[in-house]
Design a protein around this ligand. Structure first.
Ligand code: HEC
Length: 233
């Protein structure tokens, strides 16, 4: 068969070097490989890279130390004997909160009075900041209006509850702060992406969203209320 012939032609051993010639060729190849290996070591020394050892002295920084001080605003994530372990979870520190103590989410049964209201004055600038952070970090799941129908949820992530329910309208500011800080059920925490001030800004914006879907005419300034009444007719 044609195919069979082709195959046998491919596999037929070619003319070979004589015994002595073969050994010489192998020796030359080995020498070349060794020499090139040495070159690579000299040209790109990846084996001994320049680095400073822990707490070594350094001429580079004016204070003579190689270790750098923490940047302002650094948030410690863990402490104690287990802080340096691979997960560090056992040494997790409570995250900084503005005022008072945080009531754990589980202790809030959905009826208690607000414990720590938003400590930041609610200004236009705070709401703008909150909206920006919300649209980046929360809207993908909660949607821009907070009804829980964000794009990520539509694509299969568990649907979050709507903020426009009686329960979450009545939930204290601190509950939202807690959920952002520690996560909640299927939702992971955002403490490493949102500094405490930004969390409160997001909380203020969620309150504005809730109001946007649940305002009474009496909440509207009289002049605007009149306009609305006229539009209704
Ligand atoms: C990746 C999707 C996702 C993102 C992003 C996300 N969440 Fe959630 N969120 C959820 C899910 C899912 C739940 C419901 C969790 C459960 O009940 O197990 C939830 C629940 C909540 C709740 C309701 C808690 C309760 O009492 O029922 C609040 C409040 C909340 N999220 C706030 C936020 C805020 C604020 C942000 C942005 C900083 C955010 N979430 C970002 C998915 C997300």
């Amino acid at each position: 068969m044609k195919g069979g012939r082709l195959e046998s032609a491919c596999w037929r051993p070619r003319a070979t070097l004589g015994g002595a010639g073969h050994a010489a060729a192998v020796a030359a190849l080995c020498a070349a490989a060794l020499a090139l290996g040495g070159c690579e070591r000299a040209m790109r020394n990846m084996y001994q890279q320049p680095k400073v050892d822990t707490l070594a002295q350094s001429d580079f920084f004016p204070d003579g130390q190689s270790a750098r001080p923490l940047s302002p605003g650094t948030v410690a994530r863990s402490g104690g004997a287990l802080a340096g372990t691979s997960s560090g979870r056992a040494g997790v520190l409570p995250l900084p909160v503005h005022a008072g103590t945080v009531t754990p989410v589980l202790a809030w049964a959905g009826t208690a009075a607000p414990s720590v209201p938003n400590p930041l004055p609610v200004t236009q600038a705070l709401l703008a900041r909150g909206r920006g952070r919300f649209d980046i970090y929360c809207a993908p799941c909660h949607s821009v209006v907070g009804d829980g129908d964000g794009m990520v949820a539509r694509r299969g992530f568990p649907h979050p509850p709507s903020y426009h329910t009686e329960r979450l309208r009545k939930a204290p500011d601190e509950h939202f702060f807690d959920v952002i800080t520690r996560g909640y059920g299927a939702m992971y925490p955002y403490a490493d992406r949102l500094a405490p001030d930004d969390r409160w800004a997001v909380v203020a914006y969620i309150r504005a969203l809730q109001l946007s879907q649940h305002a009474r005419l009496a909440d509207v300034p009289p002049a605007q209320a009149k306009l609305l009444e006229q539009q209704k007719r």
